[in-house]
Every structure is written in structure tokens, then in C-alpha cells.
Write a protein of this length. Sequence first.
Length: 60
Amino acid sequence: MSHTDTSTITPPPATPPVSGAAPEINSLRLLGEQGLLRIAHKGAVYTLRTTSKGGLILTK
């Protein structure tokens, strides 16, 4: 398994939504180098993170 130096990676800009479509954003832009994002929603805090295999998981 190779290690990628993410310190030089610039996240791509958010893609503007196509008429009637949901907006799309690159996960690196949301999760950053840590691969982690905390989301406050209706009084609860959720954590979105990357898995060891490169997937995403959302936990409460």
C-alpha cells in the first residue's frame, strides 16, 4: 500500500448544480487531509469519515 502526500493536493472547487440537480462537492474539499467532518444536525452531531478502503461512513 502506498502513501500519498495529501499536503500538496488542492481540493477541486465545488461543482455548480445543473438545473434541477443536487449540488456536488468533492469529498476532499469536505473532509480535508484528516478525512473527517463533524456535522451538527437538529441537535445531534454526526461524523463523516473515510474508511481504510477509501469509502465513506456517517455515524451519529
